[in-house]
Design a protein. Structure first.
Length: 293
């Protein structure tokens, strides 16, 4: 059973590696790779951590010793709390998407672009309601035609690559496993960089100018209100990247390692839930499994 105990600890090792190594992975990977690989790894890791906790809690609750049962209750309560946090987040996202869907309805008649009369300089992508690019008059009047085209293409890239889905995968994983909290911000940055490179096909200088000018126009605002706004991520790093020729580094090795980890931790999750089943409802003739024996 020592092997089983080691397997139960492995998800936490990967969780710590992702949580503390997210910045290095973001800087090493191409944005198109990071925006997909990090969310998948986060979800698999969070699920494996939850499975590990469930297995430990089940064994402790079935131990018959008061001290261990108390620890098992604490673990179960913590897991329930994390699940409630996930449910609250999903509810907020669903409500927000429902409200924003009116932009998508309006965009069907305007070629996918909705212009809002507002002095606040802003542009963002709304994935609900069929998708829409929303631009305020405050921003449209401040940018040149070429810069405005770059902003529109940037936001369309968010919709085209379904960045909101990948970001929300990370958000859910981080609420289930708080160690992963640094990951969503890195995925947001990768999403912005990928959208920047899409916009740069219309002109690298115009894209750089549009991002820098928009960031300066919004510098007086206290915080960003939209997940996929054009001034998201690390703006300084984005401008620096656009000021250089595009670089395409090989990610095949890291992607291959990521696939192996996804498969391995999927197997671990199944094994941990099998432990729970063995303890809670063992099959006829089956002895309850304990990861402490």
């Amino acid at each position: 059973m020592t092997l089983l105990l080691i397997v139960a600890v492995l998800p936490w090792v990967l969780s710590l590696m992702l949580g503390f190594g997210a910045d290095q992975l973001d800087r090493r990977l191409n944005p198109s790779t990071a925006v997909v690989l990090l969310p998948i790894l986060s979800m698999v890791t969070a699920f494996a951590v939850a499975a590990s906790l469930a297995a430990v809690a089940a064994v402790l609750l079935a131990s018959g010793e008061r001290a261990w049962i108390a620890v098992g209750i604490i673990i179960s309560a913590w897991m329930l709390w994390r699940v409630v946090e996930v449910a609250r987040h999903v509810r907020r996202v669903v409500v927000g998407a429902s409200i924003a869907s009116e932009f998508g309805d309006e965009a069907r008649a305007t070629g996918g672009i909705v212009v809002v009369d507002s002095d606040v300089p802003d542009a963002f992508a709304v994935p609900s309601g069929g998708g829409a690019v929303v631009i305020t008059t405050g921003l449209a009047e401040a940018l040149s035609d070429n810069e405005l085209r770059a902003v529109v293409e940037h936001e369309r890239a968010h919709l085209r690559h379904r960045h909101s889905v990948w970001i929300q995968m990370c958000e859910v994983a981080a609420r289930l496993d708080p160690i992963l909290r640094p990951v969503p911000s890195k995925v947001r940055h990768a999403a912005e960089r990928q959208a920047d490179e899409s916009a740069a096909t219309l002109g690298r200088r115009d894209t750089l100018s549009a991002i820098a000018r928009t960031a300066l126009l919004r510098a007086h605002l206290a915080h960003e209100t939209h997940t996929l706004a054009s001034t998201g991520g690390d703006v300084v790093r984005r401008v620096q990247a656009l000021s250089e020729p595009p670089r395409h580094r090989p990610d095949r090795g890291i992607v291959a390692a990521g696939v192996v980890l996804v498969l391995a931790f999927t197997v671990i999750s199944v094994a941990m839930f099998d432990v729970v089943q063995d303890v809670v409802a063992p099959e006829t003739g089956e002895v309850a499994t304990s990861i402490f024996r």
